[in-house]
Write a protein that binds this ligand. Structure first.
Ligand code: XMP
Length: 319
C-alpha cells in the first residue's frame, strides 16, 4: 500500500524530530494498537525504545510467550516481561464482584507499570497507541484537550504522574489504517487481525471468584474453541470469540463414570465498534463438534453452552 508506506516514512520522521536522542517507554499489551505503536517506534528510534509487557496471569494460553517471542526474539525490541501473575492473582483471591475485580487489576497495573518503567533510566517519553476515534471520544465526552493513556491499559493519568511526555504516532489513524500500517511494518497477518482482548483479560471471563484451577481450564477450552473457529475459516468474520467458565459444576456421564465438572459458555459476536453486537449464527454442526472437542480435550469441563444474547441487552463480556 503506497499511501501507508508514505505515511509510515512521515510518521517515522515526526517521531525522530519529537524524541531526538531521548528514551521512550511503551506499554505493550500484544493488542494491535500497542503492537503497531511499538513496531513503528522501533523502526524510528531503535534501542531508544523499551517496552513493558505486564503479564497479570490473566492472559490466554501461550499469549505471554508469543508476544515475547515475536517482539523480543524476532523483531529485536527491548521488552521487559513484567511477570506479576502471583501479585495479581493473590490480590484477586476471594474477590467476586466484577467492578471490584476491575479496580484491583487497574490499580495493580498502574503500580506494576510504574515500577518497571522507573527502572528504565532517563526515559522522557511514554508512547501509546491512541487512535483517532479515541481522540474524538475523549474530546466529546470530557471536553479535555487529549486522551490519557488508553483505557485498555487502565493507566489513565500516568504520563503526568511520571513526568513523561506523550508520543502518540497513531493519533490520525482509524483501526483499519492501523492494520495496514502494521502490515507495512512487517507484523504478521495473524497478529494484525486478532480479535480485541480486554485489559482485565480472563478475569472478566471467569465470573465470580477467580482461581488458578478455573483459569487453567478456561485457557485450554478457549484454545480449542479458537482453533475450531480458525479451522472452519470463521475467525475473520467474527468480532470477538471466547469461552467463559461458569461458576457452577454440573453432573455428567463419561465412559462408565459420573462426572461433576465446570460448565462453560461459548461467546462469539459480530460488531462494528463493540458498542452493539449480534451473536454469531454458528451452524449446529459446528457447535456440536466444538462441544465434543472441548469436553474430550479439556479436563474439568463436562458441559458446553452457547450464549445467544445480543448487545444490548447483554454485554459482550460476561462481567
Ligand atoms: P462489553 O462487555 O462492555 O464489551 O460489551 C465491549 C468491548 O469492550 C471490551 N471490554 C473491555 N476492555 N477493559 C478493556 O480494556 C475492560 O474493562 C473491558 N470490558 C469490556 C470487550 O472485550 C469488548 O471488546
Amino acid at each position: 500500500d503506497w499511501t501507508m508506506d508514505a505515511y509510515k516514512d512521515i510518521a517515522i520522521e515526526k517521531i525522530r524530530e519529537q524524541v531526538g536522542d531521548k528514551k521512550v517507554i511503551c506499554g505493550l499489551s500484544g493488542g494491535v494498537d500497542s503492537s503497531v505503536t511499538a513496531a513503528l517506534l522501533h523502526e524510528a528510534i531503535g534501542d531508544q525504545l523499551t517496552c513493558v509487557f505486564v503479564d497479570h496471569g490473566l492472559l490466554r494460553k501461550d499469549e505471554g510467550a508469543d508476544v515475547i517471542a515475536m517482539f523480543r526474539d524476532n523483531m529485536n525490541l527491548q521488552v521487559i516481561h513484567a511477570d506479576e501473575a502471583d501479585l495479581f492473582l493473590g490480590e484477586l483471591e476471594g474477590q467476586s464482584d466484577p467492578e471490584t475485580k476491575r479496580k484491583i487489576i487497574g490499580k495493580l497495573f498502574i503500580d506494576v507499570f510504574q515500577k518497571y518503567a522507573n527502572e528504565i533510566e532517563g526515559a522522557e517519553f511514554l508512547a501509546q497507541g491512541t487512535l483517532y476515534p479515541d481522540v474524538i471520544e475523549s474530546v466529546s465526552f470530557s471536553g479535555g484537550p487529549s486522551v490519557t493513556i488508553k483505557s485498555h491499559h487502565n493507566v489513565g493519568g500516568l504520563p503526568e504522574k511520571m513526568g513523561l511526555k506523550l508520543v502518540e504516532p497513531l493519533r490520525e489513524l482509524f483501526k483499519d489504517e492501523v492494520r495496514v500500517l502494521g502490515h507495512e511494518l512487517g507484523l504478521p497477518a495473524s497478529f494484525i487481525g486478532r480479535h480485541p482482548f480486554p485489559g482485565p483479560g480472563l478475569a472478566i471471563r471467569c465470573p465470580g471468584e477467580i482461581t488458578r484451577e478455573k483459569l487453567d481450564i478456561l485457557r485450554e477450552a478457549d484454545a480449542v474453541y479458537i482453533d475450531q473457529i480458525r479451522k472452519h475459516g470463521l475467525y475473520d468474520d467474527i468480532w470477538q470469540a471466547f469461552v467463559a467458565i461458569l461458576p457452577v459444576r454440573t453432573v455428567g456421564v463419561m465412559g462408565d463414570g459420573r462426572t461433576y465438572d465446570f460448565a462453560c459458555a461459548l461467546r462469539a459476536v459480530t460488531s462494528v465498534d463493540g458498542m452493539t453486537a449480534d451473536y454469531y449464527p454458528f451452524s449446529h454442526e459446528f457447535l456440536g463438534e466444538t462441544a465434543t472437542r472441548i469436553i474430550n480435550e479439556v479436563a474439568g469441563i463436562n458441559r458446553v453452552t452457547y450464549d445467544i444474547t445480543s448487545k444490548p441487552p447483554g454485554t459482550i463480556e460476561w462481567e
